[in-house]
Every structure is written in structure tokens, then in C-alpha cells.
Ligand binder design. Structure first.
Ligand code: FAD
Length: 436
């Protein structure tokens, strides 16, 4: 690369960095994107996309199992290697697409590890200079500091497995741990989920988390709540996970899903200069500026919300702020959150606190559950004193789509009577919370 001077240099080619670079280039800015690994970052290569492909495989397998119990089909075996190959082909297609797209959109791309000093960025022996630098370096799986930590797998490992361990212990009841537990059990592994708290999904509303907990158990996952993981030892044939109460769980793989650590440590002199929150994420203001002049941060490395739509929206808005007519950050209160378990669980806003009892509709059993077993669905809507929708919680098939529509209704000020005015499809799950 001959050019060493740019208007913006963005470090990291994941959801946040790509969104910033592509928008900035469309706005006419001269942009350099530096990536040390695979374009697409966590979401495409080690997160949302491979996870959703495996989730879909698990969903199909569950449906085949249900169909068989309803007398509709013969037993089907899971061919995990084939599913893994489909996953990897899909990811490679997206990744390769970025190379062409970035070139055609006028974004310069440099491969390598960036070290940053103010607005000067060095890769190998060349230093590049910009008016502003955007840090979009994401986060990595948090390592557990216990005896035998070297025997642990993390989410990067799980999403590149090409064969399925028969017995899996997952440590951590956040959304990633719960999703892995549900998916791997649905694909046929014997799964134990260990969480050092009273209930899983502690960042989710309690009613949702409790329903997911019941559904995980119903899906064959063994839950151990309370004691955390203390040590892992390897024998010839297996791994033994020892919990802090002394209990031992034997498995073929032990997966640590205990959170993500923002990637600030490998940025050279900038690493020490950045002001960070207790989580390790970089503090940013309403213009995504850090404490270091000329340096901004987007995505998981910034103290916002570690989800792809937030990284993408913030990257786009920052480009408009720096190179366009101005942008505005999305309100994190409007962000929807989902756990891809079975059925998926999703929420937006607040439906527990401040909701009027008479309008905070109770949990509901729908007639449209699976062909066997107790009904795992749940919805809850919250309304304020004026009847406006304040939040929604859903555990149901297609919750990940329904919640986005409810979030749009909430953001546009819809009320209980607006929902009552709608004549829903019958029979459907949505008629539980629409119509009179
Ligand atoms: P990343 O995508 O992590 O990109 C950062 C990039 O920076 C990386 O490619 C890295 O190689 C590069 N980099 C780092 N340091 C340097 C350096 N010094 N020089 C050069 N390059 C560097 N979110 C959702 O919204 N929905 C989901 O369903 C979902 N599922 C997930 C499942 C899992 C298992 C995981 C782990 C995450 C999931 N997420 C999900 C979160 C989502 O993946 C992240 O929020 C998103 O990828 C963050 O994007 P980012 O651009 O901030 O960082």
C-alpha cells in the first residue's frame, strides 16, 4: 500500500468496523480498514451466524423428533459433520463477499495487527496517519483462571467443531451458555449447564429466564445452579469438572462461556491511554469519542451494548458524524435482545416494573404448543399509566421476529387500545396479545 494518509483509519473488520468503513466511504471519505484476522469478525465467523446455523439444525432435529412421536416420520440421525460443513461454507461465502464489496466501495483494506499512538497507526513497519482513528477491535472469550484451564474450550472452539462430543459440560448461564446448551442437546449431546447463580440469564427479565430454565430441562439439559467451576482434570478417556461444592461432572468437553473481554490490550501505546469502565470496555461519549483526542470506539470494545445491531448502527452513525451531515446514536432502551434456545426467548424495554397490574397481562398458555409435553410459550406486555406499551417479553417460536415488531410499536407510542383494535390472524400466537 503506497498511501499512508487517510481521513479515517478503522481498526477491526467486524460488524462495527465494516459498518463504519463502508458508510464513511459512501460519504466520500478516504478510509483505511485494518484487520488482523478474518473479515466479518466475531458475528460472521465465531458468533451469531455459525450459532444460528447450528440452532436451525437443532430446531429441525427437534421437529423431526416431534414428527416421529406424532407418527409422521421415521427416526433421523444427526450428521454433525455435514451440518458443520454447511456452516463453514456459508461463513466463507459471507467473508469472501466482503473483500469484493469493500474494494468496489472504495475502502482500502490492510491485513495485520495494528498498534496505535494517538492518530498514528503502525502495522508491521509502516506508519499510517489519519484525522481520526476508530477502534472497533471487539472482544474475546473471557478466560477462567482455574486449575486445568488449558482443558477448557471456548465459544470460538464450539463454533468450529466438526464433530460433536457425546458429553458436554457448559460453564456459564448467560445467553451464549444457554444457547449452546439448548443447541448441543437438540443435536444429541448429553449436556450439563453449570451456573454460579440462582438462575440462568440474569440479564434477562425473571419470568423469561425461569421459562427458559424450564424449557432447557425439558429439552434434556441438566442444570447445576449455585456452585461454580473450581477445576478441570484430564484422564485418558474424559475430562472431570469439579465444582466449588466438590461435585464432579464427567464430560468429553468442558466449555467456558463466562463472558467476553474487550480487546484493548493489543493496541500498543493507546492501550494504556484509554479510559475504560469496570467491564474493561472503553468509555465513550454521545459522539462515541474516547478520552484520547481523535480516537473513537464502536462495537463490543466500547461501553455500549455488545450486540451486532448496536455495533452496526453505531458504526454507521459515527461515519455520519465524522464524514456526513451528522448522526445520532440509537437509544439502547429500544434494543431488542434474544436467546436462541427452543423456543427462542426475546424481550425489549420493561414489562415487569412500573406496569399497571390490570394491563400487565399475565403469562399465557397458548393452544398452539408442541404436539406433546407442557406448553413452553410465554408472553408478557407492560403498559404505563397512560396505556402506552413499555416493553414486551416472549418465549415462543419466532419470538426473535415478533419482538422487533413489538419494539417498533413501543417506539412509536402504541397503546393497549391500539393493540386491541387489530384483528389478528386466527389461529396464531399473536392473537394472544392483539384483538379484543
Ligand atoms: P468483532 O466482530 O469482534 O470484530 C473485531 C475485529 O477486530 C476482529 O475481527 C479482530 O480480529 C480485529 N482486531 C482486534 N484487535 C485488532 C488489532 N490490534 N489490529 C487489527 N485487527 C484487530 N450478537 C447479536 O446481535 N446476536 C447474536 O445472536 C449473537 N450471538 C453471538 C454468539 C456468540 C457465540 C458470540 C461470541 C457473540 C454473539 N453476538 C451476537 C455478539 C456479536 O457477535 C458482537 O456483538 C459483534 O460481533 C461485535 O462486533 P465488533 O465489530 O464490535 O467486534
Amino acid at each position: 500500500m503506497t498511501d499512508t494518509t487517510f481521513q479515517s483509519i478503522v481498526i477491526g473488520g467486524g460488524s462495527g468496523g465494516l459498518s463504519f468503513a463502508r458508510t464513511a466511504a459512501k460519504l466520500g471519505a478516504k478510509v483505511l480498514l485494518i484487520e488482523r484476522g478474518d473479515l466479518g469478525g466475531t458475528c460472521v465467523n465465531r458468533g451469531c451466524v455459525p450459532k444460528k446455523i447450528l440452532w436451525s439444525g437443532g430446531q429441525l432435529h427437534r421437529n423431526m423428533d416431534r414428527a416421529q412421536r406424532a407418527g409422521l416420520s421415521a427416526p433421523q440421525a444427526v450428521r454433525f459433520a455435514a451440518l458443520a460443513a454447511r456452516r463453514d461454507e456459508h461463513i466463507a461465502r459471507i467473508r469472501d463477499g466482503y473483500t469484493d464489496t469493500l474494494a468496489s466501495e472504495g475502502v482500502s483494506v490492510l491485513r495485520g495487527q495494528a498498534r496505535v499512538d494517538g492518530t498514528r497507526v503502525t502495522v508491521d513497519d509502516t506508519t499510517y496517519v489519519a484525522d481520526q482513528v476508530v477502534i472497533a477491535t471487539g472482544a474475546r472469550p473471557t478466560a477462567l483462571d482455574i486449575d486445568g484451564a488449558e482443558h477448557l474450550s471456548d465459544s470460538d472452539d464450539v463454533l468450529s467443531w466438526t464433530s460433536l462430543p457425546a458429553r458436554i459440560t457448559i460453564v456459564g448461564g448467560g445467553y451464549v451458555g444457554c444457547e449452546f446448551a439448548a443447541i448441543l442437546a437438540a443435536l444429541g449431546s448429553d449436556v450439563t449447564l453449570v451456573h454460579d447463580g440462582d438462575r440462568i440469564l440474569d440479564a434477562f427479565p425473571a419470568a423469561l429466564a425461569e421459562q427458559v430454565q424450564r424449557n432447557l430441562r425439558q429439552g434434556g439439559v441438566t442444570l447445576h445452579l449455585g456452585p461454580g467451576l473450581a477445576a478441570v482434570t484430564r484422564s485418558d478417556t474424559a475430562l472431570d469438572a469439579t465444582l466449588s461444592d466438590g461435585k464432579r461432572i464427567r464430560a468429553d468437553a468442558v466449555v467456558a462461556a463466562v463472558g467476553r473481554t474487550p480487546n484493548t490490550a493489543t493496541l500498543g501505546p493507546l492501550s494504556d491511554a484509554l479510559a475504560c469502565a469496570d467491564t474493561g470496555a472503553v468509555r465513550v461519549d454521545a459522539r462515541l469519542a474516547t478520552n484520547v483526542p481523535g480516537v473513537h470506539a464502536v462495537g463490543d470494545v466500547a461501553a455500549r451494548m455488545p450486540l451486532t445491531p448496536v455495533a452496526t448502527a453505531d458504526g454507521r452513525q459515527l461515519a455520519h458524524m465524522l464524514h456526513g451531515a451528522g448522526g445520532a446514536l440509537i437509544d439502547l432502551d429500544d434494543v431488542t435482545t434474544a436467546a436462541f434456545v427452543y423456543p427462542p426467548a426475546a424481550f425489549v424495554g420493561h414489562a415487569d416494573d412500573g406496569a399497571r397490574d390490570d394491563t400487565n397481562r399475565p403469562l399465557s398458555d397458548s393452544a398452539l404448543g408442541p404436539v406433546d409435553g407442557p406448553n413452553p410459550q410465554l408472553y408478557r406486555l407492560g403498559f404505563d399509566d397512560t396505556g402506552r406499551l413499555t416493553g414486551a417479553q416472549i418465549v415462543a417460536d419466532h419470538a426473535e421476529d415478533l419482538i422487533t415488531l413489538l419494539a417498533a410499536l413501543r417506539a412509536s407510542g402504541a397503546t393497549a387500545s391500539d393493540l386491541a383494535r387489530i384483528a389478528p390472524i386466527h389461529p396464531s400466537f399473536a392473537e394472544e396479545f392483539t384483538g379484543t
